[in-house]
Design a protein. Structure first.
Length: 290
């Protein structure tokens, strides 16, 4: 139980509702900032503006998955209020107060460093990334169905990267009957791809490997689908780029060549906000109870 813990949830999207629901069930004292348009009456939760929060009693602060902007603003879909979190506010919290965010940037880093508070990045955690790969792969299936004229079954699908997302995506498309090849740069990953019964290729051979693809799903957060590579791909090939912004595709060149290339960030929150929220809530409550 989280009785007597004071947790401030600042901004976010539908995923935060699952977190708030779970915190509420665990008897935490919850302050919601940026939720004035939310009608759900969560037990133990009070809505405040950022300037009304009594930081001196706060044990934990939850920021959205996106963290904060370089201007220090925190996004919320439940309010028109502009929310800005500063190092000065964090300094008012007790020393043990922990800040949780999906990702960070130099602005958030300097805020928490200035206040000497701990920052926990949820998206750096393997457990969350692997759980999140499930709704991400389902989102990729949704996009493939929406944008391809052929079935996934029997399609030539190339997955770039065998990380936490790439492995789930490759396995999922294989299970749907696609002919899946996977590009990686390490020989251990080439061995793993072979073991999975899929066709491996080294990323350095990407041009040749993509000559016959119907669908290419990129999970590598680096420019791998360059103009040179795109120029060798079939014109009908669909590109779904799952890597975080700006993705790994030369989108300007893809458009110029008339290829359909889609950057698809934040799929878990779009296709399965409840599941994505539950994934976060489960891990967060374990961290808080620790
Ligand atoms: P990950 O586990 O770190 O995997 C990244 C993969 O990219 C690894 O196979 C890595 O290979 C490879 N890689 C990285 N840089 C490379 C380079 N320069 N050349 C060749 N290969 C390279 O990351 P992840 O959790 O799978 O996430 C992948 C991306 O998807 C991230 O950008 C993440 O933010 C994003 N993401 C998107 C969604 C969405 O909804 N679209 C959801 C979750 C995550 P090595 O092992 O050899 O380094």
């Amino acid at each position: 139980m989280l009785t007597d813990k004071h947790i401030v949830v600042i901004g976010g999207d539908a995923r935060q509702l699952e977190i708030i629901r779970k915190l509420s069930a665990l008897d935490a004292k919850i302050t919601l900032v940026g939720f004035d348009q939310l009608n759900d009456g969560f037990i133990g939760a009070s809505k405040q503006t950022i300037n009304e929060v009594d930081w001196s009693t706060v044990d934990a602060i939850f920021l959205p998955i996106s963290g904060m902007s370089m201007e220090g603003k925190v996004d919320t879909i439940f309010s028109d209020e502009t929310i800005e979190l500063t190092g000065e506010q964090l300094k008012e919290t007790p020393d043990h107060c922990v800040v949780y965010s999906g990702i960070t940037n130099s602005r958030l880093d300097s805020c928490v460093n200035e206040a000497k508070r701990e920052l926990v990045l949820l998206m750096d955690r393997d457990d969350i990334a692997i759980y999140n790969s499930i709704p991400t792969a389902e989102g990729a299936i949704m996009m493939a169905i929406q944008h391809m004229e052929i079935t996934i079954h029997g399609a030539e699908v190339a997955v770039l990267g065998l990380g936490r997302i790439g492995m789930t995506v490759a396995r999922t498309f294989d299970a749907l009957g696609a002919k899946v090849s996977v590009g990686a740069r390490e020989s251990r990953d080439i061995a793993r791809i072979t073991e999975m019964g899929l066709k491996p290729f080294y990323i350095e051979d990407i041009g040749k490997a993509l000559r016959n693809v119907d669908l290419c799903i990129n999970t590598i957060p680096a420019l791998v689908l360059t103009a040179n590579v795109l120029a060798e791909m079939p014109l009908h090939a669909l590109i779904i780029d799952l890597a975080s912004k700006p993705g790994g595709t030369d989108f300007r060149y893809a458009e110029k060549r008339g290829m359909k290339a889609l950057l698809a960030p934040g799929l878990p929150g779009i296709v399965a906000p409840k599941t994505a929220g539950q994934i976060l809530a489960d891990v967060l409550t374990v961290l808080l109870e620790e």
